[in-house]
Design a protein around this ligand. Structure first.
Ligand code: GAF
Length: 392
């Protein structure tokens, strides 16, 4: 059963009658453009088929009751909270994500009543595939729907505005200083496309991306080493970038032209130079990848993926031994390109492979993990899929 049907069925079990709507939102893979989003740069994500669904029904008392399907097959209900009493720090654990979205919507002046929610998620958690944003985007859309403000309704906020509200929930309520990549991907991606998104201008373009049509597959390889933004060096990297921009007298590192790197870097303290080099070169790689995809030259993006990983590993220093092992073993076995994705410090990598090589490469990565006595990685083929929407 898909997560939307499951959420609808569980809602009826839990609450004795049907939900008024079910919304779902996907996890994402970022093809390239890592850590560029909070530097006003370019990203190129696509949505995964894995989704988080939220069955919802409004209630009149401004209370929020949230249940989520656990790995034990049971619905775990968090204590009921009053929407009026939500404030950062009052809620911890998984419920901070849906509660944070309600808080951000309330703060922005949206006329929310209360709601009962039942959540079913199938995006792997802690895998760098944006499970928290899938949850937050589905909750945001479901809550807006209870106020007749879902996309398509008169006076509904735009997808860009919803993405910013979700970012506020994540930054100020859940305490993770993330950028705009993941929410935008979850809300705005379409099947068989990657989303070329310019974070500064808010402009986006759907770029056809269907690896199978070129005899290729894009594998996602989850190292099963959990990553967490609030505990990781993510915030430190972000602060480093902001400091560098300030020292250079520019709004964001987006403003350093690629051909100015040689003159720009010596103006900065030694420790900030590799961060700046990564952001500037990564923005260039996004643009180059878009050019290749537009020309239908999918295999040609391989070297760009490899260069992105090298830059994330050596300059931005957000890779991990397990992510490097995936990339090295996949490339040694014939992958056309491979790199870590997402915030880093754990989570997943991708590998672009020829269909005929898939099983050999999969085996090689598994053997490499077994050889180091590491837990077996989880592998699947990523199919660019639809963004968030209403299921029922
Ligand atoms: C995480 C963050 F949530 C994104 O905003 C982005 O910065 C990404 O790491 C790195 O590109 O997924």
């Amino acid at each position: 059963m898909n997560p939307a049907d499951r959420a609808a069925a569980l809602f009826a079990d839990e609450h004795g009658s049907a939900a008024s709507a079910v919304w779902s939102a996907p996890g994402r893979v970022n093809l390239i453009g890592e850590h560029t989003d909070y530097n006003d740069g370019f990203v190129l994500p696509f949505a995964l088929p894995h989704r988080t669904a939220v069955a919802i029904r409004p209630r009149p008392d401004r209370l929020l009751s949230v249940g989520t399907l656990g790995s034990d097959g049971r619905v775990h209900r968090a204590p009921v909270v009053s929407i009026d009493e939500l404030s950062p720090g009052t809620t911890t654990g998984w419920v901070a994500y849906p509660a944070g979205v309600a808080w951000a919507l309330r703060e922005a002046g949206f006329p929310l009543g209360g709601a009962d929610l039942v959540i079913v998620g199938e995006v792997p958690t802690g895998a760098g595939l944006s499970s928290s944003h899938a949850l937050e985007c589905a909750v945001a859309l479901a809550l807006l729907d209870t106020a007749q403000l879902a996309p398509g309704e008169p006076n509904a906020p735009s997808l860009g505005e919803i993405a910013r509200l979700v970012q506020r929930a994540e930054n100020d309520f859940a305490g993770a200083p993330t950028g705009l990549l993941d929410q935008t991907a979850s809300l705005a991606c379409t099947a068989e496309h990657a989303l070329f998104y310019d974070v500064r201008s808010g402009d986006s373009e759907q770029i056809p991306f269907d690896p199978r049509s070129a005899g290729l597959e894009l594998l996602v390889i989850d190292t099963r080493v959990k990553h967490s933004h609030s505990e990781s060096g993510y915030g430190q990297r972000r602060q480093g970038c902001e400091r560098a921009a300030e020292l250079l007298g520019i709004k964001a590192l987006r403003d350093v032209p690629g051909d100015d790197l040689a003159t720009t870097l010596p103006k900065l303290p030694e420790e900030l130079r590799p961060l700046v080099r990564h952001i500037v070169t990564e923005n260039g790689r996004v643009l180059a990848t878009v050019d290749e995809l537009r020309a239908g030259r999918y295999a040609e993006i391989g070297p760009l993926l490899i260069a992105s990983h090298t830059s994330l590993r050596d300059d931005y220093r957000v890779s991990s031994p397990e992510l490097d092992l995936v990339v090295d073993s996949a490339l040694a076995a014939g992958a056309l390109g491979s790199r870590m994705i997402g915030g880093g410090f754990g989570g997943s990598a991708i590998a672009l492979v020829r269909l005929d090589d898939r099983h050999r490469i999969e085996r090689a990565v598994q053997d490499a993990f077994e050889g180091r006595h590491l837990a077996a990685p989880r592998l699947f083929t990523a199919v660019p899929s639809a963004g968030a929407g209403r299921d029922r």
